[in-house]
Unconditional design. Sequence first.
Length: 145
Amino acid sequence: MRKASSIWVIVAVVLAAAMAWAQDEPKKEIKHVPIKQTSAASGEQMYKSYCAACHGTDGRGNGPAAEALKVPPTNLTKIAARNGGKYPSLRVSAIIRGEETLPAHGSKDMPIWGNLFWSMSGGHEAEVQQRVTNLNKYIESLQAN
Ligand code: HEC
C-alpha cells in the first residue's frame, strides 16, 4: 500500500497556474500542488507530469512556469551538445536526485526529485532508482544534435 497522499502535499511539486488572460499583462504565478502519482516505468509520463511545467514538453526550457522563475530552466535537449556530444548520464542522475549542485548559485527553483520520489515510494530505494533511471533515459532521448 502507498502512503497517504497528504505526504505528497507537503513535498509538493511546483507547477504553473493562474494566468490572468483578460489582463493587459498576463500574470503568472507558481502554484504548489500535490504531487501526481505516475508510473515509475514511464520516463515520458514522469517527465510530462513533473518536469515539463518548467523545462517545456519538448525539453527546451520554455515551459509555462519558466518565466516566473529567477533562474531559467535549462534546455535539456542540449545536455549532450554542451558536454562535447556525450550524454553525461551519471551527472544527470545526480542532478535529478539533487546530489549535484547546479551552477546557478543558490537556485532553489529546481526541485529535489530524489526526496520527492523517496516519499512517493514510501522509502523504496529500488523504485526511486527506477524513476531516476527512466527519467534519465527519457531526457537522453530528447537530445538534439
Ligand atoms: C520549478 C521548475 C523546475 C521543475 C519542475 C524541474 N526543473 Fe529541472 N531545472 C530547473 C532550473 C531553474 C534549472 C537550472 C538550475 C540552475 O542552473 O541552477 C534546472 C536544471 C535541470 C537540470 C540540469 C541541466 C544541466 O545540464 O545543467 C536537469 C538535468 C534537470 N533540471 C532535470 C529536471 C527533471 C528530470 C525534472 C522533472 C523530474 C525537472 N528538472 C523539473 C527548474 C525546474
